[in-house]
Ligand binder design. Structure first.
Ligand code: GLY
Length: 327
């Protein structure tokens, strides 16, 4: 049997591991798919490292994947300096930060909130929708009312850094998505627990300076997140409109059902986007990460710069560099 140390070294060579987020130093690699033992958690971007730590506290003590992904993404939601997730996120065109989130478990149960304001942990509200209502998705004022009725409190937090950036943006009011904003965007997390069950969570403040009321892919089941406990799970980051257009994560899971590895499935979904959108794909970023029932994982994205964090018994919570369509 491969020793843990040897396994990690081989994995690093085969999959473009980033030990400390230094993307430039690493070569682009062909197929970052590694067979893993359960439990296992992976999440998008550099901030996935901190999120995975809280998820692992649950997974590593035989907890449920659903609890792990909820706890994990809350780390990003609670970060008062993060500009793309939670109440600290960059606002819409009118200066309001609005939040989208969804969660899905091993039984096809799912819950979602969108266009939610002044609530610190939208992922917890999404889980509450899933577990206590006959619905899947609540939006806007109704979602906020539901949260307040269920013990959540209003939070007026305004991130000074986000407000400063917004004031600067107001001078020109350009509406142009920026690729790889500060090396993060949505946090999407997918996990397999020790029993082999899968769950996922996805949460974001969405596109900076969006039109008021805009909702991206992150709270849309099948776009920002999809979990099929027989097959695998996938989550997405990047420009939500493009992910919704191809029902991105549902597509990735269905491709895995047809026999593709997680890496191949993510890549094929990105190629679908390229086929449909052509040169437009030069202007935005989309990345997928996926995990199958065998514990294999992979990722693929449009633009270089997308990292994802992986934590298992064999991989001590490190960043992997995703392959990209463009060099
Ligand atoms: N992927 C996040 C968004 O487009 O809102």
């Amino acid at each position: 049997m491969t020793s843990r140390r040897k396994f990690i070294r081989n994995a690093a060579i085969g999959a473009g591991i980033l030990a400390s987020g230094k993307t430039d130093a690493l070569a682009k690699t062909p197929a970052p798919t590694i067979h893993q033992n359960k439990p296992l958690v992976l999440s998008t971007w550099d901030f996935g490292i901190e999120a995975n730590k809280d998820a692992w506290k649950i997974l590593g003590s035989n907890g449920r994947a659903l609890d792990a992904v909820e706890a994990g993404v809350m780390v990003a939601e609670n970060d008062l300096h993060g500009l793309s997730v939670g109440l600290a996120g960059l606002p819409d065109r009118e200066g309001h930060t609005t939040l989208d989130a969804c969660i899905m478990d091993e039984f096809y149960n799912c819950g979602s909130v969108a266009f939610l304001e002044k609530i610190k942990n939208p992922i917890r509200v999404a889980r509450k929708v899933m577990e206590t209502t006959p619905h899947i998705m609540l939006v806007g004022a109704g979602a906020q009312q539901f949260a307040l009725e269920n013990g959540f409190t209003l939070d007026e937090y305004k991130n000074p850094e986000a407000m400063k950036a917004y004031q600067a943006w107001l001078k020109e009011k350009k509406y142009q998505p920026v690729i790889n904003i500060e090396n993060h965007d949505t946090i999407g997390m997918i996990a397999m627990d020790a029993t082999g069950n899968l769950s996922g969570a996805c949460t974001t403040s969405g596109l900076a300076y969006k039109v008021r009321g805009r909702v991206g892919d992150s709270p849309i089941i099948g776009a920002g997140l999809y979990v099929d406990n027989e097959i695998g799970a996938a989550t997405a980051t990047g420009t939500g409109e493009e992910v919704i257009r191809i029902a991105g994560t549902h597509l990735v899971v269905e491709l895995m059902r047809q026999g593709r590895s997680p890496y191949e499935a993510c890549k094929e979904a990105v190629m679908r986007m390229v086929k449909i959108r052509g040169d437009k794909t030069k202007e935005f970023q989309v990345g997928f990460i996926a995990l199958n029932k065998q514990g294999e994982f992979g990722a693929y994205c449009l633009q270089p710069g997308f990292n994802y964090a992986v934590y298992s018994n064999n991989i001590p919570n490190i960043l992997f560099k995703s392959d990209s369509y463009y060099a």
